[in-house]
Design a binder for this molecule. Structure first.
Ligand code: MN
Length: 207
């Protein structure tokens, strides 16, 4: 059984950038529902032992076809949101530092360019999905995915992809405060980034 991770900060602590009601609905209802649906789907397999969420997402093909799509969507939802909560922080005004900063400057030229690339990817993602900063084969890369798909689902060729940052661009992530203005949400998001956590994930992803 997968379980809902507690938020590492109070629901109102990301205000005014992300409001408490959005956090409450997003974490306590949406994320909780992905976990319930995931557990319900896997409970239909007799004697199934749940692997790590990463392993599950990388072995969807081994599941019965009747539950594969449900598991894909809800396991993706669980993995993605679990990362999402940790890369936000009430400690505003953080900036990338250390080896991550060096890698961002080397890959994108400057932080602003990286931020704009992420914003553009989030704006061009039609409908629901996610935008990501990942490490792929030791290189930083911006990606986006539809629905609750996660970059770690892609096991093609020699791709070794580790997400280190993500922004949820489903309307449920911003609609109460920003309505249809996804661009405003994406611009405001930089105020709540937990760069210390992103740096940690970057260092762990580098081999
Ligand atoms: Mn969400």
């Amino acid at each position: 059984m997968y379980t809902l991770p507690a938020l590492p900060y109070a629901k109102n602590s990301l205000e005014p950038f992300i409001d408490a009601e959005t956090m409450e609905i997003h974490h306590d209802r949406h994320h909780a529902a992905y976990i319930k649906n995931l557990n319900d789907a896997l409970a239909t397999i007799e004697g199934y032992k749940t692997p790590s969420i990463e392993t599950l997402l990388q072995s969807l093909d081994s599941l019965p076809e009747s539950i594969r799509t449900k598991v894909r969507n809800n396991a993706g939802g669980h993995y993605n949101h679990s990362l999402f909560w940790t890369i936000m922080s009430p400690v505003t005004g953080q900036a990338a530092e250390g080896v991550l900063k060096d890698a961002i400057l080397k890959t994108f030229g400057d932080i602003k360019t990286l931020q704009q690339k992420i914003i553009d990817a989030g704006l061009s993602r039609f409908g629901s999905g996610w935008v990501w900063l990942v490490v792929e084969n030791n290189e930083l890369k911006v990606m986006d995915t539809p629905n609750q798909d996660s970059p770690i689902m892609d096991r093609s060729l020699s791709r070794q992809i580790t997400p280190i940052f993500c922004i949820d661009v489903w309307e449920h992530a911003y609609y109460l405060k920003y309505q249809n203005k996804r661009a405003e949400y994406l611009s405001a998001f930089w105020n709540v980034v937990n760069w210390r956590e992103v740096e940690k994930l970057y260092e762990n992803a580098m081999t």
